[in-house]
Design a protein around this ligand. Structure first.
Ligand SMILES: Nc1ncnc2c1ncn2[C@@H]1O[C@H](COP(=O)(O)OP(=O)(O)O)[C@@H](O)[C@H]1O
Ligand SMILES: [Mg+2]
Length: 403
């Protein structure tokens, strides 16, 4: 008995929590089995949760057959010794642009030594210099860390291109981030020269959430760097269900995911713009909640808990990508629920640095609504016609943090 009490004491000390003291745990401890390893097999509903991580590239991409085919068409000339077709991909967040490009380029590199890709996300590589340095390094030029002017780096890229034994394919993801600055925009002209004068060619893939982006580009850039356009539409609930089924088969122990849960997660993500990232992340979070509760099954109730944290996290992340004017509008709407666009404009134009004209402000409001930052509804004003009233469900503190 005394021995048993001593064991109890040691378990409590090691775990720092009484919840570990189940009879099964005590027995395991007494039998010398490692407590943590035992716990993994005892409660886990995951086979391997990494299959639900955003960086995982699945072998099967439901609902994207046509888009993948278009990309294959763009790179196919490479295998015949010709120049690839430069392509612009657009579509809202989470519709599979990045994963499809990465998947197709992986296949291409497996099939041929002629192509090598360089993937750059312009949130991280957001200046001409940063991209040219990455490109120079990729092409094997020795660029000193400091001391070279950007134009010199560009010259060295051109030199390396002449000697290059493969065709580089440069992916600029979230390319709109680059176009915010003049120097970033200049990079597209650098690439244009490489495309026009390069011997063996270079492949360019531009990706953006903004479908309209190419219409803002100079026509020379558009016709050279965006020869082909592929628009990714939001996933339907059915497509999201397929995506979730494929991913959860890899990630979870067979039979632990409640069959309704997949449908509920798919419907939730469909409502929020057909975003597969939200669907997959919700399933991952729900799985973790289920495991923490030691439930042995992933149920719809666990998903509901996950939705809140996924939605809040994605809104907060989304705010970081908004321009100051957009944040100002959100602030005004969150402070004045059910406000109409005329009144929003009135308040907005009093803010320091306000530069949007009233017409453009309406477009910005429509874009913010499309991204689920605000909602609006038509309201009748008697014989004066109709107006739209706007609301913003984002906590004001989050918005102010971004300003
Ligand atoms: N058809 C699909 N099948 C499986 N997973 C997908 C599919 N489309 C998107 N995903 C996953 O959803 C998430 C978001 O996709 P991503 O390519 O990053 O979207 P985007 O670049 O359009 O914002 C990633 O985790 C990705 O792996
Ligand atoms: Mg992406």
């Amino acid at each position: 008995m005394l021995a048993l009490l001593i064991i109890f004491g040691r378990v409590a000390c090691r775990c720092g929590t009484a919840t570990f003291l189940t009879p099964a745990t005590i027995l395991l401890f007494m039998s010398g089995t490692n407590l943590f390893r035992a716990r993994v097999t005892e409660n886990s509903i995951f086979l391997d949760e990494r299959y639900l991580y955003p960086e995982f590239i699945p072998e099967v991409l439901p609902g994207r057959g046509k888009e993948i085919e278009s990309l294959v068409y763009c790179f196919d000339p490479l295998l015949k010794g010709k120049k690839p077709v430069n392509v612009f991909l657009s579509g809202s967040t989470g519709v599979g642009k990045t994963v499809c490009v990465k998947f197709v380029l992986k296949e291409l590199e497996d099939a041929s030594d002629r192509a090598k890709s360089l993937y750059l996300n312009c949130f991280e590589f957001n200046s001409r210099a940063a991209i040219l340095i990455a490109l120079a390094n990729f092409l094997g030029s020795a660029i000193p860390r400091r001391g070279l002017a950007t134009d010199e780096i560009y010259t060295s890229v051109l030199e390396s291109m002449k000697k290059c034994s493969f065709t580089p394919i440069v992916v600029l993801d979230e390319v709109d981030q680059l176009l915010v600055s003049d120097s970033g925009s200049k990079l597209l002209y650098d690439l244009l020269r490489v495309v026009e004068h390069g011997k063996q060619g270079i492949g360019i893939v531009l990706i953006s959430n903004d479908v309209e982006l190419t219409s803002r580009l100079d026509s020379r850039i558009r016709s050279s760097l965006a020869e082909q356009t592929v628009v990714f539409s939001p996933y339907t609930p059915e497509q999201l269900k397929k995506i979730l089924s494929e991913r959860s088969e890899l990630a979870f122990v067979k039979g632990v995911v409640d069959k309704d849960a997949i449908g509920v997660a798919a419907a939730h993500a469909a409502k929020l713009g057909g975003d597969a990232r939200i669907a997959i992340e919700s399933l991952l979070k729900a799985g973790r909640i289920a495991e923490k509760e030691n439930s042995g099954k992933l149920l719809v109730a666990h998903l509901k808990g996950a939705f809140e944290s996924v939605d809040a996290a994605s809104l907060a992340k989304g705010l970081g990508f908004l321009a100051r004017d957009e944040l100002l509008l959100l602030k005004i709407i969150s402070e004045n629920p059910a406000i109409n666009s005329g009144a929003i404009y009135g308040l907005y134009s009093k803010e320091k640095g306000a530069s949007l004209k009233e017409r453009r402000l309406r477009d910005v409001l429509a874009a913010l609504e499309k991204q689920n930052f605000i909602s609006s509804e038509p309201v009748s004003m008697g014989n004066q016609g109709k107006t739209r009233q706007f609301r913003c469900g984002i906590p004001k503190e989050l918005i102010l943090k971004g300003l």
